[in-house]
Design a protein around this ligand. Structure first.
Ligand SMILES: O=C(O)CCC(=O)C(=O)O
Length: 289
C-alpha cells in the first residue's frame, strides 16, 4: 500500500553518465540561418543593444498593423481583464495603452514571436542555443498618453535569469514626437544597478556615467525595424505628443539553457498587478475615510 502521508515523487538520481546519454537532450548550439555578424555581437556586448533595421519588410509591418488594428478595435477588449492596460489621455479619456500578453490573440503575432530571424539573432548571443519566450507585450501608446521613466527591465524580473533580452519590433514608425524608445548604451555585464529585492536604484544610478542624458540613443524607427536590448540596459520613452498611435511589440526571451519561465513570469506579473490594484484601493479607502 502507498503511504498516504508521503506525496512526493520517488527520487531517480540519474548518474552524470546517464544524463550525457542520447535520451537526455539539453539545449545545444544549432546552425543559424540568420546569425548576427561578429561586429553586431561586439556592438551588443559593448553597448547592451543592437539595431536590426528592416528585419521585417514594409509589407510584413503592414500585416502587423492590420492585426493590431483588429485586436485594438475588437469587442474582446475588456477593462476587467488584466491583459488590457489603460491610460488617460489629455482629454481625460481612458485609452487602451498596452496588451500584456498579446501574441496569442492573432496568427500574425503567433508567427512573429517564433520568427527565425528573431530567434537566430538571439541564439547568436546565446552561444547558438535557442531562446525561450519569457514575456510579450504590445505597447500601443495612443495619442497624448504617457511614456516610461528611465529603468532597467531587470527591476521587474529580479530572480529570473540574467540572459533576458527584449526584442522591440516597430509596428508604426517611431519618432521623438510619438515617444520612441531611448536607450542608454551600457555593457550588460556591468549588471543590475539597484538593491536586489527592492525597487531602489537612484543612488547606484547617480554613480554610473552610462545614465547621463548626453549618452541617449533614440530608436527612431520605420515599421518592421527591430532593436534588441539586454535586461540591464537602461532605457526610457517619452509621451506620445502626436495624433497617431505608436505601436511596438516588446518580446522578451531568455537562453534555453536557463529554462522555461513563460507561465511562471505570467503568474508573477498578474500577482504584481493584483497587489498594485489592492494598494490603489487601500489608498482610495483612506482618501474617502
Ligand atoms: O514604450 C517604450 O518605448 C518603452 C517601454 C519600456 O520601457 C518598457 O516596457 O519597459
Amino acid at each position: 500500500m502507498t503511504n498516504q502521508t508521503d506525496r512526493s515523487f520517488p527520487p531517480i538520481n540519474p548518474s552524470p553518465e546517464a544524463l550525457a546519454g542520447p535520451a537526455f537532450s539539453k539545449p545545444a548550439p544549432r546552425e543559424l540561418a540568420y546569425p548576427l555578424s561578429d561586429e553586431q555581437l561586439d556592438f551588443f556586448w559593448t553597448n547592451g543593444y543592437v539595431s536590426l533595421p528592416g528585419l521585417f519588410s514594409a509589407e510584413e509591418a503592414k500585416t502587423f498593423q492590420s492585426a493590431a488594428d483588429e485586436i485594438y478595435n475588437s469587442d474582446r477588449v475588456d477593462a476587467d481583464n488584466h491583459r488590457y492596460d489603460f491610460a488617460t489621455n489629455n482629454k481625460d479619456e481612458r485609452m487602451l495603452w498596452k496588451l500584456d500578453p498579446f501574441f496569442d490573440l492573432h496568427d500574425v503575432f503567433r508567427q512573429a514571436v517564433f520568427d527565425r530571424r528573431i530567434l537566430d539573432a538571439l541564439a547568436s548571443i546565446y552561444g547558438g542555443r535557442e531562446p525561450r519566450l519569457f514575456k510579450d507585450k504590445l505597447i500601443c501608446k495612443p495619442p497624448h498618453t504617457h511614456g516610461n521613466p528611465l529603468h532597467q527591465d531587470y527591476n521587474w524580473w529580479q530572480g529570473y535569469p540574467t540572459s533576458l533580452i527584449s526584442v522591440t519590433v516597430s509596428v508604426d514608425a517611431a519618432t521623438e514626437e510619438n515617444g520612441c524608445t531611448v536607450i542608454y548604451p551600457r555593457d550588460p555585464r556591468k549588471g543590475f544597478c539597484g538593491e536586489l529585492g527592492t525597487f531602489k536604484n537612484e543612488e547606484a544610478w547617480k554613480n554610473d556615467p552610462s545614465f547621463h542624458p548626453d549618452n541617449a540613443v533614440k530608436n527612431i524607427a520605420q515599421p518592421g525595424d527591430v532593436l534588441l536590448f539586454h535586461c540591464f540596459t537602461p532605457h526610457e520613452a517619452g509621451a506620445n505628443t502626436t495624433a497617431g498611435l505608436r505601436r511596438q511589440m516588446f518580446l522578451t526571451y531568455n537562453d534555453a539553457a536557463d529554462g522555461e519561465f513563460y507561465f511562471s513570469h505570467g503568474e508573477h506579473y498578474r500577482r504584481y498587478i493584483d497587489e498594485g490594484n489592492k494598494a490603489a484601493n487601500r489608498k482610495m479607502k483612506k482618501y474617502f475615510m
